[in-house]
Ligand binder design. Sequence first.
Ligand code: GAR
Length: 190
Amino acid sequence: MRVAVLASGNGSNFEAIAQAFETQAIQGELVLLFSDRKDAYVLERAKKYQIPRFSFSPKDFASKKQYEAALRDLLLTNQIDFVVLAGYMRIIGQDLLETFPNRILNIHPSLLPSFPGLHGIKDAYDYGVKLTGITIHFVDAGVDTGPIVAQAAVEITNEDTLATLEEKIHQLEHHWYPRVIADITQKGVK
Ligand code: GAR
């Protein structure tokens, strides 16, 4: 299975995934990293793993459709079978969804359908829920919607600050995302 990761930011999930490919906990090949932000730290992380990095942003194109067409071409040229979103903060357009049906996976830092969007951890913390977590799901045309593959929960205690909660969530993500990717790519996708 030839896998691409799309990411917009820090890249801690990308790194957990890259390590899992390196130890062959995930079978297959991590073919490329794409970021829609040229200054994203994830691009720096990819250097260490010698994974080819690509970056362009919607601003480089006349329309979102053209941006996505370029991204689609990049993925098709590299014969990508499976796309993993790791903090990729954009909605996936129809063309890409149709090119990779049931082949785009996302991770979100809350127990969906609660707290979708850009600030899943903070929104759950501010709301005051006692239980939150992570959701791994296939991507559809919505924001953090699509069939759920796995969830893991974590308690928010009275001692938690936003920072400690973020740390707990990221630990859960780094533990589960590579395992779920391994499971799905090994079983094959329908
Ligand atoms: C992760 O917590 C991921 O769940 C979240 O962005 C973070 C990226 O961290 N994704 C979303 O909120 C998607 N709606 P990372 O760059 O360190 O992997």
